[in-house]
Write a protein that binds this ligand. Structure first.
Ligand code: KIV
Length: 256
């Protein structure tokens, strides 16, 4: 695989993260339900609602439009929205009204009828297999031959029904490579090793804004935003308390 062709996806939830991601020329943006934990401090994605996803998508979409972007922009279907076909259609219509047309939906074979229905209505689907945080245990998946064969079968079906992207989370790298070999679109890996066409990480993790307590094996922080934030706030605090007219905040130039 040509390394230069590798694609970079980012999970973004708001205006600043979208703006920075577009400026850095990422290949795709996901408005992911991980915002439940990252932004709201919830215990799991099961508590994330359609309303929460909508508000965040609107902020991202506004920035996306303003920048005239045409990279893939994907919105996560939150927990409960694939309970049955009717709920899935209703959710897709709500999301369509705010500009979304491509949805990431967790799940395997049981999702096929819903995927076919949404595809027939002109929506695009991004699959999500392996560790699916809405319902599965937070552990390495595809560790047995049986599980691997089942997943490969599902990936082939996804390919056949026209799915072009699959997020594959927390699986052995050697398995992810096999998955990419049989899939004509892009496997977007997270904790899936290097031999897939694309990688995805959450913006807040990439820039190091999330606290270092959160340290899954697959995660590398490329920035030190948390430390920079703490330092900036400390400097602000010291400037307010300063007796030195030059360093004090606000100084004469910052006052009316
Ligand atoms: O919700 C999310 O951000 C995701 C990515 C981590 C793949 O599902």
């Amino acid at each position: 695989m040509n390394k230069n062709k590798k694609k970079i996806w980012i999970t973004a939830y708001d205006v600043p993260s979208t703006h920075a991601s577009l400026e850095a020329k990422v290949d795709g943006i996901l408005v992911g339900d991980s915002l439940g934990m990252t932004v709201y401090g919830l215990d799991s994605t099961q508590e994330v609602t359609v309303e929460m996803m909508s508000r965040h998508f609107e902020a991202v979409y506004k920035t996306y439009k303003k920048n005239n972007s045409n990279i893939p922009l994907v919105l996560d279907f939150p927990f409960g929205t694939t309970e049955n076909i009717l709920v899935a259609i209703e959710t897709a219509e709500i999301f369509k009204n705010i500009g979304a047309q491509c949805f990431k939906i967790e799940g395997g074979k049981e999702m096929i009828p819903i995927f076919l229905e949404l595809i027939s209505r002109g929506f695009e689907i991004v699959g999500h297999l392996g560790l699916t945080p809405q319902t599965s245990e937070l552990k390495l998946h595809a560790t047995t031959e049986q599980e691997q064969n089942e997943l490969l079968e599902i990936i082939k079906i996804f390919d056949d029904i026209g799915i072009k992207h699959i997020v594959l989370e927390c699986v052995p790298a050697i398995f992810a490579q096999r998955a990419q070999e049989i899939f004509s679109g892009d496997i977007i890996g997270i904790g899936a090793g290097k031999n897939v066409n694309a990688q995805i990480l959450v913006f807040d993790d990439v820039i190091g804004r999330t606290h270092a307590d959160f340290q899954p094996k697959f995660l590398r922080r490329f920035g030190k935003t948390f430390e920079q934030n703490v330092n900036a706030i400390k400097k602000y605090k010291n400037a307010v308390k300063s007796n030195d007219e030059k360093n004090r905040f606000p100084n004469i130039d910052e006052s009316y």
